[in-house]
Structure formats: structure tokens, C-alpha cells
Design a protein around this ligand. Structure first.
Ligand SMILES: NC(=O)c1ccc[n+]([C@@H]2O[C@H](COP(=O)([O-])OP(=O)(O)OC[C@H]3O[C@@H](n4cnc5c(N)ncnc54)[C@H](OP(=O)(O)O)[C@@H]3O)[C@@H](O)[C@H]2O)c1
Length: 239
């Protein structure tokens, strides 16, 4: 079974929720990880929670919606680890509002974080991965990539866009050794829901560790296969 031991990974959104759980799962397997987010204190706490695991962690404080910051984070990762094997795009933003109450700033934040940032990072990591002849990109989409949700115009647009982007990129790079894996979870009990006025029953949601296990399993179950797309739902379905 392939392993992530010693692999060089970037995980965006690594300070909270799904990204944090993914980073912790990779760290348990001995991966070297660049932990990316905007809040240094949250990243430091995340890194501390992995102190007992093998492998190395570096904190990269960066806003992934900003091109220069994505350039710096990829250069820093390559400088620290000398290679780049895995990119996980887990940074995300969400608002659920009627369209008339959705501001342009909220629209831009959601589209920039969930879609533009993934484009920026994939554009940067594919040349070194193609030069190495291997590399895995995992994009955390959502069940909102596959269906509409009332109040979710911006979020659904960003995730439908991300699914289309991932499908096209997978076709572009797969014959040259790269895998692009799109993981679409249903609702997951993370801090993303904290500011929302309404949420589904959080006790019935997936745990971030469920998604992390799906990501880890997709990357490691067989080096001969590519899990192109994976939908992971709470047992009760859409809540
Ligand atoms: N929770 C769910 O029900 C659910 C379901 C399906 C899919 N998803 C998707 O899963 C992904 C992770 O969501 P989550 O629930 O884990 O959310 P979360 O707990 O709120 O975590 C979001 C993470 O993204 C980081 N982040 C946000 N904007 C950023 C930016 N501009 N630059 C760098 N980092 C940024 C945050 O750190 P800072 O704020 O410090 O930057 C944080 O680490 C998102 O794409 C989300 O759409 C979530």
C-alpha cells in the first residue's frame, strides 16, 4: 500500500475543520506538511497538535486568494522540503443567504477562496509535479458541487465551478503522471457552521476526520488507480 511517509504536502485551510483533520491524518503517516492559513495563532495550535507525529511541519501564513502569497507559499514549500508531492485545497468560505441579501464582497470572497485560489495554486504546482512525473492534487468540493441549495447561489456556483475545473485539469495532466481527486462531502461538523443563523443537525453531520480518512484512502489505497471523484455523505443523506 502506498504511504505518505516522507512525502512533501501542502494543505490549505490546515488550521481548522477538514484541512486540519487532513493534515493530522497525513502527519500520522509521517508526511512533511506545509500548513497554510491566514491566522498564525491558529496554525501554531494546529502544528502543536501534531508534535507527537513523525515527519516535519512548517507553518505558512498566507491568503490563498492573493497570487503573490500563493507564489511565496509554493516556493517556501519547495525550499523546505525540496519537492512537492501532494496539494490539498481545503481552504474555503461559505455564506447561505437569499440572493438579494448577498453582497458583492461575499460573492467575491466565496468565489475567490473556493475557486480562484484553487486555480492559482494548481497553476503553480503542476509544473514541478509534471517535471517530477508524479503528483496528486486533492480539491475539497462539496455536495453543493452536484446539486443546488436554497440560499446557496454563491457557494453552489463556486463548488460547481470547482468540480468542472477539477474534471478538466484531471484530463489535462493524467497521462503525465498526475492525479486530480475531487472529494465532495455532505455537511461536516466544523467551525464553518458557527456563524450561520441556521444549520442542519450538527450531531448528524460527518466528522472532519471522516473526510480526512476519505482523502487519505484515495491517495494511498493503490498507486495503480485514481479515485477521480468521491462523494462522502452523512449516513442520513443531505440533512
Ligand atoms: N463544513 C461542511 O459542511 C463542508 C461540507 C462540504 C465541503 N466543505 C468544504 O470544505 C472546505 C473546508 O471547510 P471547513 O468546514 O473545514 O471550514 P473551516 O473549519 O471554516 O476552515 C476553513 C479553513 O480555511 C482557511 N481559510 C479560509 N480562507 C482562507 C484564505 N483566503 N487563505 C487561506 N486560508 C483560508 C481558514 O483559516 P483562516 O481563517 O485562518 O485563514 C481555515 O483553516 C471548504 O472548501 C468547504 O467549502 C465543507
Amino acid at each position: 500500500m502506498p504511504s505518505l511517509t516522507g512525502k512533501s504536502c501542502i494543505v490549505t485551510g490546515a488550521s481548522s475543520g477538514i484541512g486540519l483533520a487532513v493534515a493530522r491524518r497525513f502527519a500520522q503517516d509521517g508526511a512533511n506538511i506545509a500548513l497554510v492559513g491566514r491566522s498564525a495563532s491558529k496554525l501554531e495550535a494546529a502544528a502543536r497538535s501534531m508534535d507527537s507525529f513523525p515527519g516535519r511541519r512548517v507553518i505558512v501564513q498566507a491568503d490563498v486568494t492573493q497570487e503573490v502569497e500563493t507564489q511565496r507559499l509554493v516556493q517556501q514549500t519547495l525550499g523546505e522540503f525540496g519537492a512537492l508531492d501532494v496539494l490539498v485545497n481545503a481552504a474555503g468560505a461559505a455564506y447561505f443567504l437569499p440572493i438579494a441579501e448577498t453582497t458583492l464582497d461575499q460573492w467575491d470572497e466565496v468565489l475567490d477562496t473556493n475557486l480562484k485560489a484553487v486555480f492559482l495554486l494548481c497553476r503553480l504546482v503542476t509544473p514541478p509535479m509534471l517535471a517530477a512525473g508524479h503528483g496528486d492534487i486533492v480539491n475539497i468540493a462539496s455536495i453543493a458541487a452536484h446539486q443546488g441549495f436554497d440560499g446557496g447561489t454563491a457557494y453552489c456556483a463556486s463548488k460547481h465551478g470547482l468540480l468542472g475545473f477539477s474534471r478538466a485539469l484531471a484530463l489535462e495532466v493524467r497521462r503525465q503522471g498526475l492525479r486530480v481527486i475531487t472529494v465532495s462531502p455532505g455537511s461536516v461538523d466544523t467551525p464553518l457552521w458557527d456563524p450561520m443563523e441556521w444549520s442542519p443537525d450538527r450531531a448528524k453531520m460527518l466528522h472532519p476526520e471522516d473526510v480526512a480518512e476519505a482523502v487519505f484512502g484515495s491517495l494511498t489505497f493503490s498507486g495503480n488507480a485514481s479515485v477521480d471523484e468521491l462523494i462522502v455523505m452523512p449516513r442520513d443523506g443531505v440533512l
